[in-house]
Design a protein around this ligand. Structure first.
Ligand SMILES: [Zn+2]
Length: 249
């Protein structure tokens, strides 16, 4: 699995992409979650020339804390400069070293497209097989011999949205938020397709775009050089208006 985050060592606040993380083989105590603060040794990725990409030393992972409140999340996320999908797209097409991760305020969502999952692509199957080969069974001394089976998602979900750039022609971005996976794995199993879709809409439209929220997307592009201009929605960032007001004293 690929993980996007913000690097906060020293006084920096910079995007970082860490790959690979063999989550299914990782014991519970190092299986960090969204909005955890972790410490991990990293090395520049030899196989991925995107400037944010690093390879983690899995054995060095330490979970430091969890940012439970939006206000505390925003103390870190608020430090990275917002951009727009239009700008990221334009830059990525002209420069292979351009930003490949970003936080983009969402101007409007035109629709959420929810379709049955069509199966893994050949590229995805290869990545899954690579991860199996990497299976660090003795990486932690007492690793997991039989990891939970990789489950295909039931639906593929895409946002059609306009970013904050003026004249934005709209973008389609596949939603890869960890929370969507969790929702599908844990809560939608017993529901009919229509009811399951309603639950996804409730979470990712109604709740994430409630009137009191200032919603942005964490977006990222693909390692494949022919797809660098295409950005997926890695996560939905939805603090309320009061969470993003800086404390004055
Ligand atoms: Zn745009």
């Amino acid at each position: 699995m690929c993980v996007a985050g913000i690097r906060i060592d020293g006084s920096r606040a910079e995007w970082i992409r860490l790959y690979p993380f063999p989550f299914r083989w990782m014991p519970e105590w190092v299986r960090f979650k969204k909005y955890d603060v972790i410490e991990v040794d990293v090395h520049r990725s030899a196989r991925d020339d995107r400037r944010e990409s690093y390879r983690p030393d899995i054995q060095s992972i330490e979970i430091i804390s969890h940012l439970n409140k939006w206000k505390h999340r925003h103390e870190i996320v608020g430090k990275v400069t917002s951009t727009s999908t239009c700008e990221l797209h334009r830059a990525a097409l002209s420069d292979s070293k351009a930003a490949s991760l970003g936080l983009v305020p969402v101007n409007s969502v035109e629709r959420l497209e929810i379709v049955p999952f069509a199966g893994w692509s050949d590229a995805q199957l290869k990545r899954i097989a690579d991860a199996e080969n990497l299976a660090p069974l003795d990486l932690f001394g007492h690793g997991i011999d039989t990891p939970p089976e990789l489950q295909a998602p039931r639906f593929t979900v895409r946002y059609r949205y306009r970013c904050s750039a003026s004249g934005c022609p709209s973008h389609g971005g596949r939603l890869l938020d960890w929370e969507l996976g969790e929702l599908q794995r844990r809560h939608l199993k017993e529901l009919t397709d229509d009811d399951a879709k309603r639950e996804i809409e409730k979470k990712f439209l109604t709740q994430k775009f409630a009137a009191n929220r200032q919603t942005s997307f964490f977006v990222g592009n693909f390692g494949d050089k022919t797809k660098r201009g295409s950005f997926s929605v890695l996560g939905v960032y939805a603090p309320t208006q009061t969470d993003v007001v800086p404390t004055l004293f």
